[in-house]
Design a protein. Structure first.
Length: 189
């Protein structure tokens, strides 16, 4: 792939796994596809995302948007993507095979967007980016450095926070750490 447009064309034609057969839209992400300091990675599209063709537009996305607005993190500073680009049936967790089929697309996004910080929203994203064996409840809120100097903050998925409000404070604190890290890096949020 030589350009973002090539990426979109190839990704939207993808049939690497069975998820393509039930999709309405391939959900590439949300945001301006230019280099950004911050990349959020979630699990996969939900019902609203599949309908609208854009990441994080449902209830979980609205919660994330409210939090980012409250923390004064400007939309020009981030891009939102998912591990898988097609909605799994009944919003189930993607299988390992489905994740593996989609990982080249996510890797391209990381390469093209050149983030300094990646926020893994939930265990699926953390397993795809950090390690297949990690548990979000054990690593959330801790900075993890990957090869190449990329730093990752694993935290709860906003949908999990909506289901279990006891996670709200930890989620907020994790996101405050992200904002502080961006400021330390000289990013004008």
């Amino acid at each position: 792939m030589n350009s973002w447009n090539d990426f979109i064309r190839e990704c939207t034609a993808c049939k690497r796994c069975g998820l393509y057969s039930g999709r309405q839209n391939v959900v590439i992400g949300r945001g301006n596809p230019k280099p950004v300091p911050l990349l959020f990675v979630g699990e996969g599209p939900g019902e609203q995302e599949d309908i609208q063709g854009e990441a994080f537009v449902g209830r979980a996305g609205k919660l994330l948007d409210l939090l980012l607005e409250a923390l004064r993190i400007d939309a020009d500073c981030y891009y939102i993507a998912n591990v898988v680009k097609c909605r799994p049936p009944q919003n189930r967790v993607p299988t390992r095979e489905e994740m593996e089929a989609c990982l080249p697309w996510l890797r391209y996004q990381v390469k093209a967007l050149k983030p300094s910080v990646i926020v893994c929203l939930g265990s699926t994203a953390a397993r795809a980016i950090i390690d297949d064996e990690v548990k979000i409840t054990q690593i959330r809120g801790t900075w993890i450095e990957l090869k190449g100097g990329l730093v990752v903050m694993p935290t709860y998925h906003p949908a999990a926070v909506l289901r279990d409000t006891r996670k709200r404070e930890d989620f907020f604190l994790d996101m405050k750490k992200v904002r502080s890290r961006l400021i330390e890096m000289g990013v004008n949020t």
